[in-house]
Ligand binder design. Structure first.
Ligand code: AMP
Length: 429
């Protein structure tokens, strides 16, 4: 299968070639033909699968084949949960739509409203927007969606998690009922199934990767005592043979402090977290993409959808809160057929989540130790009959008990399982 077989406009084929894409990814192969025909689609795919081009190419193809109107009217609306993802989609419109004479605008909060208002009023073909700010523009009468052909909802599960569903429904009320709708989501909870049933008409469903991280990613977990996490991170960073590493932390403060510590120790690092202005986030991201920074320290929400194709390593300084979040974090490495490494620092408290992730992935996360960093015998007790790969298929996530290097059963003296507190989780991003 080649891009030429899609009957795309020659300018788009030329742009695809300049970007170095040789063959369509599986989601592109499956989704592009029916979406070009105008079908609604439900795409179950995580970032890194090439889903952005899968929905943009049919949109751009229609725009490339039309006559340029005297006054542009919005033909496609793409709604995304975060500003970073919106900017990334906008970049893809620019790259895939070069020389096609397409105008697009990004619309999100945290920056001035008037440049967006002016761009919307001057006339654009594509709007890439986060729900809250878009709704503000709609309410102020700055938008006209009467000529809209296509609505894309990207990372719908995240939009739901972030509480955007009422905004999305309010936005959809203002769009023409007769339109093509494309819904992308990495996971399919009931909320998204219901949304899909409500808004899609006779959709094709494309399921890619079965919500598992890309197969090109090598996973490893590093048992460590909480007080040794930072030295272990430094050691892993210094050993990593890659020019780009994303480090994930649970909290904004930790992201900020770690990035500062890395800079002070002479490493090229920046952080991206919710307390930064949009300009600061963009500067960090641009610097990371350009190679000025080797390490980007990020929280989950701030990092959502970040597309940095050549991220060699993802290091989870703090384990994520859910298996889905693990998949999303790891989606930043091993993208588009590059090899990636996913390292997770784990303390005894993290064992239930390690099991939940292993259960979701259907395979073990191999344990690794670096000399001098393994937890002390008090911090874990080896289980002699555990399988060598550390994975016991009879165990279910969260059922207590351990396997492999069994952190789960070793508790500080005086603490019993019933009184043990769950580790405190602070708000993200
Ligand atoms: P996405 O899943 O849309 O975030 O895309 C992940 C990365 O894959 C982006 O950096 C794209 O530029 C890249 N990409 C998309 N399609 C292809 C392709 N057919 N071949 C190679 N890289 C691609």
């Amino acid at each position: 299968m080649s891009f030429a077989s899609f009957d795309l406009h020659p300018l788009l084929l030329a742009n695809i070639e300049s970007l170095g894409y040789q063959t369509p990814t599986p989601i592109q192969t499956e989704a592009i033909p029916p979406v070009m025909e105008g079908r609604d689609a439900m795409g179950l795919a995580q970032t890194g699968t090439g889903k952005t081009a899968a929905f943009l190419l049919p949109i751009l193809n229609r725009l490339a084949r039309r006559e340029i109107p005297k006054r542009r009217a919005v033909k496609a609306l793409i709604v995304a949960p975060t500003r970073e993802l919106a900017e990334q989609i906008h970049d893809a419109v620019r790259d895939l739509g070069r020389r096609v004479n397409v105008k697009s605008v990004t619309v999100y909060g945290g920056v001035g409203m008037s440049p967006q208002t002016q761009a919307l009023r001057r006339g654009v073909d594509i709007v890439v927007a986060c729900p809250g700010r878009l709704l503000d523009h709609i309410r102020q009468g700055n938008t006209d969606f009467s000529a809209l052909d296509t609505l894309v909802l990207d990372e719908a599960d995240h939009m739901f998690d972030m509480g955007f569903l009422p905004d999305i429904r309010a936005i959809m009320d203002k769009l023409p009922a007769k339109r093509q709708t494309l819904l992308f989501s990495a996971t399919m909870p009931d909320s998204i199934k219901k949304l899909a049933a409500d808004i899609l008409t006779d959709p094709i469903t494309v399921r890619i990767g079965r919500q598992a991280p890309a197969e090109t990613v090598e996973h490893a977990v590093y048992p460590v005592s909480p007080s040794r996490k930072t030295p272990l991170l430094l050691e892993l960073l210094d050993k990593a043979k890659t020019d780009s590493v994303i480090v994930f932390t649970r909290t904004k403060h930790k992201a900020k402090n770690l990035a500062e510590l890395l800079c002070k120790s002479g490493r090229r690092a920046a952080c991206i977290q919710g307390n930064l202005s949009q300009r600061q986030r963009q500067a960090a991201l641009d610097g990371f993409k350009a190679g000025t920074y080797r390490v980007l320290v990020a929280t989950d929400i701030a990092a959502r959808g970040i597309d940095v194709s050549k991220v060699g390593h993802v290091i989870n300084f703090d384990i994520p809160d859910t298996p889905d979040a693990y998949t999303h974090r790891i989606g930043r490495t091993g993208r588009a057929e590059c090899q990636g490494q996913a390292h997770t620092l784990i303390t005894r408290e993290d064992m239930p989540m390690v099991r939940a992730i292993e259960h979701a992935m259907g395979k073990p996360l191999p344990r690794r130790e670096l000399d001098g960093f393994a937890p002390t015998p008090q911090e874990y007790r080896a289980e002699p009959d555990a399988p060598r790969d550390g994975y016991n298929r009879n165990r279910r996530p969260g059922n207590g008990g351990g396997y492999g290097r069994n952190f789960g059963q070793s508790r500080p003296a005086g603490q019993n399982r019933n009184t043990r507190q769950a580790p405190r989780r602070e708000a993200h991003a």
